[in-house]
Design a protein around this ligand. Structure first.
Ligand SMILES: NC(=O)c1ccc[n+]([C@@H]2O[C@H](COP(=O)([O-])OP(=O)(O)OC[C@H]3O[C@@H](n4cnc5c(N)ncnc54)[C@H](O)[C@@H]3O)[C@@H](O)[C@H]2O)c1
Length: 326
């Protein structure tokens, strides 16, 4: 009988042992592989459950040798219960034998890889001298996105727009302490008007980033829209920006651009291309200091797979995880 021993790696082990810089490195390589056609991505399966959904996300990144499946469960009701909006688990496999290598907490991976992807997009698309960050939505992704931006940019000021007072105050207290940054509470308008890099990550269905507030030279990470009805930026912002996507096939259905494409206000030809194409030098990123750039992120399974592989390697090196078998 096959040896089905694998490692169980907890949230605490992941959060304590793996720095944000490692996620950024892993997803950068993953995006390059994706752009070179080296990633197998079956369609993400999402179906409605209770106050949310179950999402099943398999991927195989050939060059990173990362074969994994993530099961995620967002639930609106979880916030009232003091639970994260999204919880998840990732199973990583040996690509040769198909046997499991590790089962790990996917809640932390989802947050950390989403932040890393936002940081990576800004690294390629924002003005390199950007010092002022606006965050709209101070939840899990709003935290990890700031962590990742802090790896690349010399941040002097952060404006946080968060509608729940207690969440806002806790964010400011904890993130300013963790990252040593000057974070100030702000309205959505103030965050948008002041930001050189803006992260919109609320999951709103009424766009919050208004055209009248968006200004030349800014970069916007539209992270919150990963379902058809969600949209963070007014379509007018997207129309005058140079827009990049994580994956066109997914963004046209679920992303910030999806409603504009459906109404005909945006055309596919208006979209510059994928972040991976910028990374491998196939298309140009930002073209001038005055351009508005937008990155439309819907989240792709390979981001979890390459992060899980990287975590597994760290676990082997440091003796983390608990052995289990089936
Ligand atoms: N693109 C990706 O890869 C990706 C990955 C994970 C999550 N997401 C999406 O990102 C969004 C946020 O996820 P999360 O895990 O951070 O959720 P969360 O609940 O932890 O955080 C969202 C925050 O936004 C705040 N908010 C909502 N409406 C607001 C408004 N009008 N003004 C100011 N603040 C407002 C909420 O109070 C909350 O604190 C969701 O839509 C989620 O599906 C995208």
């Amino acid at each position: 009988m096959a040896n089905q021993e694998f490692l169980v790696i907890t949230q605490e082990e992941i959060e304590k042992n793996v720095p944000m810089s490692e996620y950024i490195r892993a997803v950068e390589e993953g995006f390059a592989e994706f752009a070179r056609g080296r990633v197998t991505l079956p369609p993400k399966v999402v179906f409605h459950v209770r106050s949310g959904a179950m999402g099943v996300m398999p991927a195989f990144a050939e060059d990173s040798d990362a074969l994994a499946i993530k099961v995620g469960n967002p639930r609106d009701d979880n916030r009232e219960k003091g639970l994260p909006y999204i919880t998840a688990q990732v199973f990583l496999y040996d690509s040769d034998t198909g046997l499991p290598l590790a089962l790990m907490d996917g809640t932390s991976i989802t947050g950390l890889r989403t932040g890393a992807v936002g940081g990576l997009a800004a690294k390629y698309l924002a003005r390199p001298d950007s010092q002022v960050v606006g965050i709209i939505g101070g939840g899990v992704q709003g935290r990890t996105n700031l962590m990742a931006l802090n790896e690349t940019f010399d941040i002097k000021k952060v404006y946080l727009a968060e509608k729940v007072d207690a969440v806002r105050d806790q964010y400011i207290k904890e993130m300013s302490q963790q990252l040593g940054l000057d974070i100030q509470a702000a309205s959505v308008e103030e965050a948008t008007r002041n930001a050189e890099i803006l992260v919109a990550v609320t999951g709103t269905t009424t766009p919050l980033v208004r055209d009248e507030w968006a200004h030349p030279g800014m970069h916007i990470n539209a992270i919150g829209s990963d379902e058809p009805e969600k949209q963070e930026c007014e379509t007018a912002v997207l129309k005058r920006a140079r827009v990049f996507v994580d994956w066109m096939a997914q963004c046209e259905r679920l992303g910030d651009i999806s409603q504009g494409l459906a109404s005909g206000d945006l055309r596919k030809e208006d979209i510059a291309g994928g972040l991976g194409q910028v990374i491998i030098g196939e298309i140009e990123g930002r073209q001038s200091d005055d351009q508005i750039t937008v990155y439309d992120s819907t989240g792709i399974a390979f981001q979890d797979a390459v992060s899980a592989k990287m975590i597994y390697q760290v676990a082997l090196e440091r003796g983390l995880g608990t052995k289990a078998s089936l």
